[in-house]
Design a protein around this ligand. Structure first.
Ligand code: FNR
Length: 219
């Protein structure tokens, strides 16, 4: 399975990049690629949104199309997602509705130095992704106090305690089962207080898609 990971931060020492690196180490058996082209994407301009698309945009769309699932780690800027990330997703949402995000499983996580772990940015990011037609998985991971959350090796010091308070506050949320069948209520623990759960969720959600793709390729 191919996972494309996107950091919403351009910063060299970004905590969100660190979060993706930690996720990559958990993703055994998964082709995990971090997309590094965010800084090259031009401001969205409908006049430029023609074929051929600007090179950075074409690369983004191709990378999204090739992925079986997408993992986005977003910082929070002024209670919202960073402009560069929103801009890239505006490009990715076109042409509409047949864009490279449509029906694609996407998991959203976030780290911020504030108390809440970019929860507002994550919520807005989810809305943008849903508007573009992506299948946004319900499970969440918020890493507050990100400047204290990682050890020198880049591992989350205590993933459970750093993310559980926010998740517990949302314990009444409904979660859709991996099969996409009946909604069921889950506890905060089952909904994923550890980043490990997110990798499992993505795997479970895309297993069927992967098998279908293999069949289509004759594998
Ligand atoms: C922030 N930061 C921030 N944090 C937060 O929890 N809520 C917020 O609304 C904001 N707003 C905000 C605006 C701007 C312009 C900046 C530069 C920063 C702090 C932010 O979460 C922190 O800098 C993170 O470390 C950024 O993520 P990366 O770059 O470490 O991945």
């Amino acid at each position: 399975m191919r996972v494309l990971a996107v950091s919403g931060s351009l910063r060299r020492d970004s905590h969100n990049r660190r979060l993706l690196a930690a996720a990559a180490r958990l993703a055994a058996g998964v082709e995990f690629t971090v997309w590094d082209g965010l800084a090259d994407v031009p401001p969205y301009d409908e006049d430029l949104d023609v074929e051929p698309a600007p090179a950075a945009v074409a690369q983004l769309r191709a990378a999204l199309a090739r992925a079986d699932a997408i993992l986005i780690a977003t910082p929070e800027y002024n209670h919202s997602l960073p402009g560069a990330l929103k801009n890239a997703l505006d490009w990715a949402s076109r042409p509409f509705p047949a864009n490279s995000l449509r029906g694609k499983p996407v998991a959203v996580v976030g780290a911020s130095t504030g108390m809440f772990g970019a929860v507002w940015a994550q919520a807005e990011l989810r809305r943008v992704l849903q508007a573009a037609g992506a299948h946004v998985v319900d499970e969440e991971l918020a890493v507050p106090s990100a400047h204290e959350a990682f050890d020198d090796g880049g591992e989350l010091r205590d993933a459970a305690s750093s993310s559980c308070p926010v998740m517990t506050a949302r314990a009444s949320r409904w979660a859709v089962s991996p099969e996409g069948s009946r909604p069921r209520r889950t506890s905060s623990r089952a909904r994923g207080c550890r980043p490990r759960v997110r990798a499992d969720v993505i795997r479970a959600r895309t297993r069927g898609r992967g098998r279908a793709a293999s069949r289509a390729r004759g594998a």
